[in-house]
Design a protein around this ligand. Structure first.
Ligand code: FMN
Length: 164
């Protein structure tokens, strides 16, 4: 699969089966996040891998968008490690790397910004310097799950690209 094939075929999976993600695939996904570019190469990302029944149950109350996943990455950055104010941008690139690597491994995901960050910090007793920016539920699409219509609702070239 070329990069463009990967980028075009990936879609937000919003319904996961119970089939577990293999450990080696999870390791590859996490590695893609570990090696992502970050400002000044400070690497402020911190990924919490939620896989216990207890952690998953908590996340299901904290976000309406966990889609029955049993493996959810909590993508964060560390304010004590970030360069200047770039932690959020760094963590976003990390999340993108993991989302695309997941798809290369045949694993679906959905970037989830809709969660209660305050509740999450409290529920997992995260240190004050750790800021969650996204959840990334992972897994295999449940039967019948299809890309949402928005997946291919691209704005025109001219609306998003200006040649100077
Ligand atoms: C920053 C960000 C936040 C998002 N938050 C959510 C979310 O909370 N829930 C959800 O179902 N999808 C969420 N998405 C997924 C987008 O809705 C989705 O990527 C977009 O509609 C394009 O569809 P596609 O991923 O299938 O190509 C988010 C995506 C991004 C990049």
């Amino acid at each position: 699969m070329t990069f463009m094939e990967l980028a075009k075929s990936r879609y937000s999976v919003r319904g996961f089966s119970d089939a577990p993600v293999e450990e080696e695939k999870l390791a590859a996904i996490l590695e893609a996040g570990r090696i992502a570019p970050t400002a000044c190469n400070n690497q402020p990302q911190h990924i919490y891998v939620a896989k216990s029944a207890d952690a998953i149950a908590k996340l299901r109350t904290i976000s309406p968008c966990t889609y029955n996943s049993n493996l959810i990455l909590i993508v964060c950055y560390d304010t004590a490690v970030q360069a200047a104010h770039f932690g959020e941008q760094d963590a976003s690139i990390v999340c993108t790397h993991m989302m695309l690597e997941a798809w290369e491994q045949g694993v679906g995901s959905c970037w989830v910004g809709m969660f209660n960050a305050e509740e999450l910090v409290k529920a997992f007793d995260l240190p004050e310097n750790i800021r969650p920016i996204a959840l990334l539920p992972l897994g295999y699409a449940a039967e019948g799950v299809q890309p949402a219509p928005l997946h291919t609702a691209y704005r025109d070239y001219a609306a998003t690209i200006t040649e100077l």
